[in-house]
Write a protein that binds this ligand. Structure first.
Ligand code: NAI
Ligand code: MG
Length: 479
């Protein structure tokens, strides 16, 4: 359905080729066939985009906040109106099942809608400094902000990172991942169509080492949002730090999904599947990739889990199976390598693990049982449909195991014991705690990491803090 014409960069309200004239190909991971040619942004293009953002900034921040908010609302509505086309495009570029792509497009619209409502509610404080002063704070936008976006939730993360930036009066230069550049360009186009001024919302696809690094190191960029791997996040933070540019990092996870015998085990079973297999084939920073099961229910729970896992349908995203292909050959090879590592660490997986003789980057949902928490498959982010099961005997051990990784993005517990759940929430070091539902929360709830999962918060009102700076104004009263 997609023409293989070139998708150009969106800079200063116009779709333009890369300064170099170069393009790159994005693929459909279900077929391994080329999907589209895309202009390959690099340093010169990022420079142009940042420059146009700088020029647009003064007017954008000075626009009455309610008017900015109204534009964001219109963008949200226009994204919703186009949901069929956008979901298909996302599925083709990324591989994920169509109903999940649809939820991601809806999520993108929801971010613009949510932050639209905040645009005119970004308040400062008044501080009672003593009778002789009037003191207040204002929250001001940072200026030109850069959004470096990964391939796992391409359109959703455009909403998550760009919407709060624009609502707070910043302008944006978004750099989608080279594997999935199309939907960000579409959102940028819709923004233009509904009336965003040129230069406010730029989109520069390209490779990380060129366009990404150019954005992170640009001296005239005033804030960077990065979502992706720890290693790249470290590089981005170093580049940004050279210019003392604030950065927030949303990195990976190896999140513990803890099941106690007193849980509703049917719920826990469904949620465990959703947590690692049923959402983007496990390519999720907040995937429940480490299942900690109490010894008393281990056998019965794992038997059912294996049965359910073996039944999961695998197919092209467009046919809306339970599990689609992985995004790229690189990700496929990385995950297969971890399946081999798992085999050498604990032996055969109890389900899955076969190499499939078919086109497309499909990996079977795979479970390793009897995993030791210090094995690599319990410590390292695999980012695919591979689950490591670790057994525990009591609350203390569950909490100790939950915390015994370098990451701290999310942690989930399934239990009906309120005290046990509160203790878990208190003692586990993670930015999000889920109780009795995986991926609990929404656009409204702050999201971000402890430990190596990053710093800074996105989503909710907290994101506005990541995209503003505080100015304190102090008046001495003469008499
Ligand atoms: P990556 O972290 O390298 O890529 C994410 C984004 O950063 C992309 O837009 C990429 O173009 C950009 N980028 C890459 N190198 C850059 C650089 N030097 N400067 C600036 N930007 C740069 O992730 P990659 O290589 O695609 O995936 C590898 C692993 O990273 C995955 O297997 C997974 O474990 C993890 N990952 C985590 C994500 C998350 O949601 N936390 C998302 C994607 C990947
Ligand atoms: Mg693609």
């Amino acid at each position: 359905m997609m023409e293989k014409d070139t998708h150009n960069l969106l800079i200063n309200g116009e779709f333009v080729p890369a300064a170099s004239g170069e393009t790159f190909t994005t693929f459909d991971p279900a077929t391994e066939e080329p999907l589209a040619e895309v202009a390959k942004g690099a340093q010169d293009d990022v420079n142009r985009a940042v420059e146009s953002g700088r020029e647009a900034f003064d007017k954008w921040r000075a626009m009455p906040p309610e008017k900015r908010g109204r534009l964001l609302t219109q963008l949200a509505e226009a994204i919703r109106d186009d949901i069929d086309r956008l979901s298909e495009l996302e599925t083709q570029d990324n591989g994920k099942p169509l109903s999940q792509a649809r939820a991601d497009v809806e999520g993108c619209a929801r971010y613009f809608e949510y932050y639209a409502g905040i645009a005119d509610k970004i308040h400062g404080n008044s501080i009672p400094l003593t009778h002789d002063y009037t003191d207040y704070t204002v929250r001001e936008p940072l200026g030109v902000t850069g959004q470096i976006i990964p391939w796992n939730f391409p359109i959703n993360l455009v909403g998550r990172t760009v919407a709060p930036a624009l609502a707070a009066g910043n302008v944006a230069v978004a750099k989608p991942a080279e594997q999935t550049p199309l939907s960000a360009l579409e959102v940028g186009k819709i923004a233009l169509d509904v009336g965003f001024p040129p230069g406010v919302f730029n989109v520069v696809p390209g490779f990380g080492a060129d366009a990404g690094a150019a954005l992170a190191s640009h001296p005239d960029v005033n804030g960077i949002s990065f979502t992706g791997s720890v290693v790249t996040g470290q590089q981005v933070a170093k580049l940004a730090t050279d210019n003392v540019t604030p950065v927030h990092l949303e990195l990976g996870g190896k999140s513990p999904n803890v099941v106690f015998p007193d849980a509703d085990l049917d719920v826990a079973l469904n949620e465990t599947i959703t947590a690692i297999f049923g959402t983007n084939a496990g390519q999720v920073c907040s995937a429940g990739s480490r299942l900690l099961v109490h010894e008393e229910i281990h056998d019965v729970f794992i038997d059912k889990l294996v049965e359910r896992t073996a039944e999961l349908s695998l197919g092209a995203g467009i046919d809306d199976p339970a599990v689609g292909p992985l995004v790229s050959i690189d990700q496929y090879e990385k995950v297969q390598k971890y399946v081999d590592i798992g085999r050498s660490e604990v032996g055969e997986p109890i389900v899955g693990g076969d190499v499939l003789d078919r086109k497309g980057y499909f990996v079977e949902p795979t479970i390793f049982d009897d995993v030791d928490n210090d094995m690599r498959i319990a410590q390292e982010e695999i980012f695919g449909p591979v689950l490591s099961v670790v057994e525990f005997k009591d609350d203390d051990e569950a909490i100790e195991l939950a915390n015994d990784v370098d990451y701290g993005l999310v942690a989930g517990i399934f239990t009906t014991d309120v005290g046990r759940a509160h203790r878990f929430a208190r003692d586990v070091n993670a930015g999000q705690i889920y109780v009795n539902e995986w991926f609990a929360g929404g656009v409204e709830t702050p999201f971000g990491g402890y430990k190596q999962s990053g710093f800074g918060r996105e989503k909710g009102l907290e994101a506005i803090e990541s995209y503003t700076q505080v100015k304190n104004v102090c008046f001495k009263i003469d008499r």
